[in-house]
Design a protein around this ligand. Structure first.
Ligand code: NAD
Length: 323
């Protein structure tokens, strides 16, 4: 069994390396070649108030079987200087059931989430998109910004965060890419951005439908739990909605609210993989609003974990454990 420790993952797998495995697994899901297993998520109770669970799946096309185990320990940082989100990916040989790899999952989660919105921008944003808008400036936002910038020749970045001081981290990333960054109101962000990435942890809409102009592509990445919400649900009725997995989109994703309100139906939502496979045309006009509801599926984790194992082997850095 190969062991790739958490600390080794960032230097082995770049955000660019994460792109192709995530794009491929979305395509496999849409073809019916890859299946996510039902997610388990349990509150552990007790003083740590942790949430723990499993996201697993099987990608027949990529011969990848496994699961990500982990969750959220809200007091880790304050009590132990440890990241609150903790996860580990386990891969198995689909032919034998033998474990093949154990891989740190924390950095991989950020990389595969950033890759998902980046894949959506590649396939759905207008080719002439030049202004990128960021809503949210937490841990994930930096990865999201870096990956989004790869997809279009963006000329500037505008950002909004509930706590504006945290936007300095995004300004640094934009600066590294040689782009100006400006902290703006949500009105200005919607009026100026061609692509908007939302990556906040909110339980009420942040961006109003009226703030988004025709032709915008939105990647809504922060809503991954029942009750969370980043954009007004009427925006989903105005937009053409895409997702990683429809079952998650309507239950724990951004679409949950629009579906519950009867504004859209599950049948109105298209898997992004169908656009990648060419069975759905994707954006139909320059004025259309496209919205990717990125809920985060286990197969994304397995895809990037398999890639990091391959990269570790190729670099001669794979620690092998007899098991
Ligand atoms: P974080 O705690 O580091 O940052 C949270 C961000 O949300 C900050 O910018 C904060 O200012 C903002 N925020 C918090 N409450 C808000 C509110 N009420 N209104 C507006 N903004 C608010 O979190 P993170 O690790 O960057 O994760 C951000 C979100 O992305 C979380 O909801 C997380 O669960 C989600 N996430 C999704 C995926 C996926 O695959 N879709 C993967 C990882 C994380």
């Amino acid at each position: 069994m190969i062991v790739v420790p958490e600390a080794a993952c960032p230097s082995l797998l770049s955000l660019d390396d994460a792109f192709a495995p995530v794009e491929a697994v979305f395509a496999a899901m849409a073809r019916g070649d890859a299946t996510n297993f039902p997610v388990v998520r349990e509150a552990l109770g007790g003083a740590e108030e942790a949430l723990y669970g499993f996201k697993g799946g099987y990608d027949r096309a990529g011969a990848t079987l496994g699961l990500k185990a982990g969750g959220y320990w809200p007091h880790n940082l304050a009590h132990r200087q440890l990241t609150n989100h903790q996860s580990t990916v386990f891969l198995f040989d689909p032919e034998t059931g033998r474990p093949t790899a154990m891989v740190g999952g924390n950095y991989l989660t950020a990389a595969r989430t950033a890759a998902a919105s980046s894949v959506s921008i590649k396939h759905l944003a207008r080719p002439d998109a030049r202004v990128l808008g960021m809503v949210g400036a937490g841990h994930q936002a930096v990865f999201q910004l870096r990956a989004a910038l790869r997809q279009r020749p963006f000329e500037r970045v505008v950002g909004w965060n509930r706590d504006p001081d945290r936007l300095s981290r995004l300004a640094e990333v934009a600066g590294e890419a040689g782009l100006p960054f400006e902290a703006v109101s949500l009105d200005r962000l919607g009026a100026e951005a061609d692509v908007i990435v939302t990556i906040a942890s909110s339980f009420a809409p942040i961006l109003a439908a009226a703030q988004v102009r025709p032709g915008t592509h939105l990647a809504c990445m922060g809503t991954d739990t029942k009750g969370k919400q980043e954009v007004d649900s009427t925006l989903l009725a105005r937009a053409t909605v895409f997702t990683d997995e429809i079952a998650q989109s309507v239950t724990i994703g951004e679409a949950q609210h629009a579906v519950a309100a009867g504004l859209i139906r599950a049948a109105d939502i298209t898997p992004l993989g169908a656009v990648i496979n060419g069975t759905h045309p994707g954006r139909a006009s320059p004025d259309q609003i496209t919205l990717f509801d990125g809920t985060g599926v286990g197969l994304q984790d397995l895809a990037v974990a398999a890639r990091v194992v391959a990269l570790a082997k190729a670099a001669g850095l794979a620690a092998e454990v007899a098991f």
